[in-house]
Design a protein around this ligand. Sequence first.
Ligand SMILES: C[S@@+](CC[C@H](N)C(=O)[O-])C[C@H]1O[C@@H](n2cnc3c(N)ncnc32)[C@H](O)[C@@H]1O
Length: 227
Amino acid sequence: MPAESEHPRIRTFKPRRGRITERQARALEEHSPFLITTSNPLELPKIFGAKEVILEIGFGTGVTTAAMAAAQPDHGFLAIDVHTPGVGDLIARIHEEGLTNLYVIEGDAIELLEHQIAPASLSGIRSFFPDPWPKARHHKRRLVQPERIQLMASRVRTGGSWNIATDWEPYAEHIEEMMATQAQWVGGKIDRPSWRPVTHYESIGLSHDRVINDFQYQRTETPHTHI
Ligand SMILES: C[S@@+](CC[C@H](N)C(=O)[O-])C[C@H]1O[C@@H](n2cnc3c(N)ncnc32)[C@H](O)[C@@H]1O
């Protein structure tokens, strides 16, 4: 087997440094019970009880993540991002707003899904304004790619959903094309869901007069695999 470093994994993000504010640093240092730091498989019923669990990939600032969790207290929310300042912000917000159904992970969602989430254990995935990677040579970094689509399908229960939104029309076309090739998902464009607040990146897109496209796909009955 070649050494792992010979085939570095293609990531959906570019590591970036960000200045950490005092509030964010404090939130990260305070060992919040809502910050999940283990790399072991997650026992979702132990964390969320009988609640259905929704995973949000790439929450950014987390403002809308907290709002959606507050609006659906009967659901459990797991939110992951690689960007440390956003993680600090969301942890601080969870405590300020007294939320109890939202847990945060700092890391790569693909690795989380591969190693820590059991097959068919999520009721939904949300990815709002994933990085569009506009250059053709970067398309393989897009979140919506066949291997990643199959990974998501393996972790969502039958009938569960995957909601995606983008302000980048070529990415919207790409999403439709890619999802049409995968039997585990059925769906397509929808009107903006009433429960989805305007996100930070969406507001930037809107200020540039970009068209927002929302998608919703349902997990079909094809068997689940542990990828
Ligand atoms: C364009 S921003 C959108 C943020 C937010 N959803 C919004 O609409 O304002 C994309 C986010 O996805 C995160 N991201 C990209 N790939 C990721 C991955 N594999 N795992 C976790 N987060 C990821 C980035 O760090 C970034 O915060």
